[in-house]
Design a protein. Structure first.
Lengths: 120, 120, 120, 120
């Protein structure tokens, strides 16, 4: 039995690393509707530095942010998954993996959307 | 062409998430040879909470830590990959993925060691 | 006009640093009633490494944690201020500052409890 | 003996919180000379959300960053204090506190530059 990972499996591992990094690096950051845009840009640029990372798209859901702040005494909150939609594309040895984080029944869910062989 | 991920690919994605989470949650933590052991225990227990995570082993390299502090004026430093060896085992839909972080030429390198089908 | 900070003011600045560090280092950590105790211990030991920090006491409110998980599909959550009570004592040049974080109307509030001159 | 903190002491505590938050929220972020600017902007905007925070200026030392990467195999590194210069101004109850982080003998040092009574 050969248990060496395939290129596609390593590509998925790499994509997972990016997601865990992005989430746990930036969760907890003070964020308001006004500062959301600069944080989106910085999160994308930071994670795109990582190896094999081709593209990162971060959307902070400012509508949800504004709703959360409506009844609050503060004018900012902490970034968590319920304010985030993220797509990350990784390319490793000719395999392209598209991954996504979005809300599922109120919980942020990270998943692999597709794994493609770029040579096919 | 079917680009739906296999169970083994999703298992590798899940393992990557755990690694990125562990690293970016705890990198930067003030650490000394005396406090290293409590941090190892907390890192293991924290990440083992995550879905599909069967086992996490964290070793903080206290010898390296002590060397780094020898010529320093401070008695602690910040946790980074060069003081860490980590193994994480994930199980997802009958697939077991073993992953590891260790130093490679002075740089921390995360890799998939093996992907096994538990039904075989 | 002399705007040089007093020893007591520097002591308060140092105490603030410890609070900001503790909160933003560990917020977002996956935590469950079972893993809470190891995280408390690691947070205390990590921050006590910092200069002038004499004592750190962290309590993770496991009752609140359990309530938050009652209706959830997950068995863990992320550490935030609403699950935390913290006391930090800093000593700097003969001044002792006691600071505290506790819930105030549902929000975590950090405050200076007392500033003492140890020579008096 | 009255050990209630003065307004100036609370202002210094608040400034310390901002520094600890900024450092431990963003230390460990993947950064390159190309992505440094977006990270500076996001760090400033994030911390300026916090209460009583009037101004934050972050400079990532891209020269030092480039030097650190010269002999490296990677094209990015992790943000740490040795790549950072930061100034934070806090205003609380008519007291203005200016604080700074800069390198001192190779180590990042956070300090209170001045405490002013704005009514004088």
């Amino acid at each position: 039995m050969d248990d060496t990972p395939t290129d596609a499996e390593v590509a998925c591992f790499e994509a997972g690393i990016k997601f865990g990094s992005l989430y746990h690096q930036f969760a907890g950051t003070p964020v308001s509707p006004e500062s959301a845009s600069s944080l989106e840009t910085a999160m994308e640029a930071a994670i795109e530095n990582q190896p094999h990372c081709r593209d990162v798209t971060v959307e902070i859901l400012t509508d949800r942010l504004a709703s959360a702040l409506e009844d609050a005494t503060a004018e900012y909150t902490e970034l968590t998954g319920r304010f985030l939609e993220v797509e990350i594309t990784v390319e490793y040895e000719g395999r392209e993996v598209l991954t996504r984080m979005e809300l599922d029944d109120g919980y942020p869910l990270m998943s692999v959307v597709s794994v493609r062989d770029l040579d096919e």
